[in-house]
Design a binder for this molecule. Structure first.
Ligand code: COA
Length: 262
């Protein structure tokens, strides 16, 4: 039914696997649309009680938004990209009436890490590497990363992660409060299934109420999210964005030697 997703429903637990391993499961438009449809139907299906989201292959959960798709976007298109992503996927997951667990099996970078951050619970393989590399591409996290890292780990760690653009180990993400549990790679899916199966035995209506209540203090409609959309779009009009995305596509280091005077 889907080109870039695998789905498996067992005992009330729907496992959705993002399946573009040759592109490290990067989120292109089609994958975002398919995830939206899959989650929307999971929300409406009484047989689904809990969702596990993971990536195909042993290398990546999701290595980010698909850079090749947006490298030539204008600022206006950049804003739409961010806004639509929030609406269709990231805020959509956060506000799902059913718990969504991210099983982070490898690289979770940029939009991939933001995808995990939008889930209600995050489990990671000890091999996972997480980060928000966007400023190394001349752009910023545009799918909630500027808000959700700060909400989970505090403003200081959010600045460190976003401004250095460096990857961190799963164990560090755990100690920063960004990950609920780190487990050996081979135990990741079993751990996620055990947790999902525990949750699936609880009251579905109470789970939905709990999600709404916890989210009430972290509203995805807040000013921070609109600021992120605006600034993300603005980046698309800068020479650094052109240089950063071209460098990635040409497999070379970007030259950001020109500073700014503000
Ligand atoms: N968008 C588009 N394509 C991506 C991608 C992304 N975010 N991440 C990886 N890919 C593609 C690569 O272009 C490559 O495709 P190719 O085989 O057709 O050339 C393939 O996935 C494998 O990636 P590669 O870079 O060769 O793997 P690696 O092991 O050398 O490096 C990473 C792994 C994760 C370090 C590297 O892929 C990377 O830095 N990805 C981008 C991360 C990023 O900046 N994400 C934020 C985007 S906003």
């Amino acid at each position: 039914m889907f080109q870039n997703l695998l789905q498996d429903l067992q005992n009330g637990v729907l496992t959705i696997t993002i399946n573009r391993p040759d592109k490290l499961n990067a989120l292109n438009k089609q994958t975002i649309d398919e995830l939206h449809l899959s989650l929307k139907s999971a929300a409406a299906d009484p047989q689904v009680r809990v969702i596990i989201l993971t990536g195909a292959g042993d290398k990546a959960f999701v290595a980010g938004a698909d850079i090749s798709e947006f490298a030539s976007f204008t600022p206006a298109q950049g804003k739409v990209l961010s806004e639509e992503g929030h609406h269709k996927l990231f805020n959509f997951i956060e506000n799902m009436p059913k718990p969504v667990i991210a099983a982070i099996n490898g690289f979770a970078l940029g939009g991939g890490f933001e995808l995990a951050l939008a889930c209600h619970i995050r489990l990671a393989s000890e091999k996972a590497r997480l980060g928000l590399p966007e400023v190394g591409l001349g752009v910023i996290p545009g799918y909630g990363g500027t808000q959700r890292v700060a909400a989970l780990a505090g403003k200081g760690k959010a600045f460190e992660l976003i401004l250095t653009a460096e990857m961190i180990l799963a164990q560090d993400a755990y100690s920063w409060g960004l990950i609920n549990h780190v487990v050996p790679a081979e135990a990741l899916m079993t751990t996620a299934q055990i947790m999902a199966s525990k949750i699936s035995a609880r009251s579905a209506s109470a789970l939905s109420s709990a999600i709404k209540s916890v989210n009430a203090s972290f509203p995805s409609s807040s000013q921070g999210y609109s600021k992120e959309v605006e600034e993300f779009g603005n980046c698309f009009g800068t020479p650094d964005f052109f240089e950063g995305t071209q460098a990635f596509l040409e497999k070379r280091k970007p030259d950001f030697s020109k500073g700014i005077s503000a």
